[in-house]
Design a protein around this ligand. Structure first.
Ligand SMILES: Cc1cc2nc3c(=O)[nH]c(=O)nc-3n(C[C@H](O)[C@H](O)[C@H](O)COP(=O)(O)OP(=O)(O)OC[C@H]3O[C@@H](n4cnc5c(N)ncnc54)[C@H](O)[C@@H]3O)c2cc1C
Length: 396
């Protein structure tokens, strides 16, 4: 897809760098608020080289950290609004199981979170879990927490939908145009492979490329791009792990053999194949994602084979298909949503650490509010750059 239209002028109220799910929502919120907004994307859309491609993501209300749990009700509402405004089905409710061993510290943290008002309501012991979801077992004596609001977001469709709404709100999307440099100032200058644009405010939502863009502005964010394997596993009996069955989304936490957790979704993108992945990957340069070092990720796939063999007996225990994707992790797994410490009209949304899709409607709203100099709707203290003192040194 080529750039939507010719630029209306080289000067905008706002520029957003990165048309992944976070940048697209930030741009949409700015355009909806009447700001003449330019959204720049380095690759031709749609592309599969960042973090927002593919057909499915998990959405859930269950969260260990309160700061995310508080945002989820609004996020669900905003996804629903996007569905209504574009006439596109984006969310499929399947429920979600958080699977873990009673007494194991991380599962006990989830149990405590479940006891909060917005936590998942129901606890299933191993026998109840096996009765209700026979495809998920035999396993051991793992119990499960049930989040009835959990489900699947249709990611590709969601990205297209928010970009369509952005355009309908008067925004300009230019793809195949890489940002090469940012010159800060009251009127910023953004140079791309095709020209120079000016704006009063800038949002950087460049995913795994954020560090590269921000380093020349003196900011060294501790962002680690990871190459992750998206693994699909063949059903032994076709249809046995479909949402109609019903088979839910799940997350296995606190397993000694899979310390970062394993998650899975009912079959969706490929008939007869079920997505089950390890919530981790190997360090990479985002421009080299498709040239992995020999043996890269082999341990993660072997770990998944063992998991599938013991917990998902209705799946073949070797993956049928592997696709690459990128996480951009922070050291604590929390997002970065903040303004540049020296250039207050530059706002940064980065480090979504493999769990940012479901929250993108609210993240986009927060980035928009920060960019307009407004009090954000939720405290952004957990997302501050200041929690990484080393990042600031060069910037100040
Ligand atoms: C395999 C996988 C499974 C996941 N599962 C879930 C899940 O179940 N639930 C959930 O909530 N989240 C999940 N996530 C996380 C979620 O998908 C990401 O947090 C989210 O997509 C990050 O979006 P982003 O916009 O920050 O990054 P991206 O989608 O990578 O977007 C950044 C964009 O910036 C562009 N860009 C970079 N540099 C430049 C430049 N110089 N000029 C112009 N453009 C530039 C890039 O090309 C890219 O398109 C998953 C992620 C992966 C990879």
């Amino acid at each position: 897809m080529a750039a939507a239209s010719e630029p209306r002028g080289a000067c905008y109220d706002a520029i957003v760098i990165g048309a992944g799910i976070q940048g697209s929502f930030a741009a949409y919120h700015l355009a909806k608020r009447g700001r003449d907004t330019l959204l720049l994307e380095q690759f031709l859309l749609p592309h599969a080289r960042g973090s927002s491609h593919g057909q499915s993501r998990i959405i859930r209300s269950a969260y260990l950290q309160q700061h995310y749990a508080r945002m989820m009700p609004e996020s669900f509402r905003l996804w629903q609004r996007l569905e209504d405004r574009t006439g596109t089905r984006l969310y499929r409710r399947t429920g979600l199981l958080v699977l873990g061993a009673p007494g194991e510290p991380q599962f006990e943290r989830w149990r405590r979170a479940a006891a909060r008002p917005r936590g998942p309501a129901e606890e299933l012991d191993a026998a109840a879990r096996r009765r209700r979801f026979p495809g998920l077992g035999p396993g051991g004596d793992e119990a499960a927490l049930w989040d009835g609001a959990g489900g699947v977001l249709h990611a590709d469709r969601a990205l297209r939908a928010v970009q369509e709404l952005f355009r309908r709100s008067g925004g300009t999307l230019r793809d195949g145009e890489k940002v090469l440099g940012i010159e800060p100032g009251a009127l910023l200058a953004v140079s791309t492979s095709a020209g120079v644009y000016r704006a009063r405010r800038l949002v950087v939502a460049a995913g795994a490329w954020s560090s590269q863009l921000l380093a020349p502005l003196g900011l060294r964010l501790p962002l680690q791009p990871l190459r992750v394997h998206v693994c699909y596993w063949k059903e032994k009996v076709p249809g046995s792990y479909s949402a109609e069955r019903p088979f839910p989304c799940f997350m296995a936490v606190g397993l000694p053999q899979a310390p970062h957790g394993v998650y899975g979704l009912p079959s969706c993108e490929y008939p007869g194949l079920v997505k089950v992945c390890y919530h981790h990957g190997s360090p990479t340069d985002p421009d080299q994602r498709d040239r992995p070092a020999p043996g890269d990720g082999r341990r993660d796939v072997a770990l998944l084979c063992r998991f599938v063999g013991s917990y998902l007996p209705g799946l073949e225990p070797e993956p049928a298909l592997l696709e690459p994707c990128l996480y951009t992790n922070t050291p604590d797994g929390d997002f970065i949503l903040d303004r540049h410490p020296k250039h207050s009209n530059i706002i940064i949304g980065a480090g979504f650490s493999g769990h940012g899709f479901k929250l993108a409607p609210v993240v986009g709203k927060l980035l928009c509010e920060l960019s307009l100099g407004e009090e954000p709707s939720y405290s952004t203290a957990p997302f501050s750059i200041g929690r990484f003192p080393g990042a600031l040194r060069a910037a100040l």
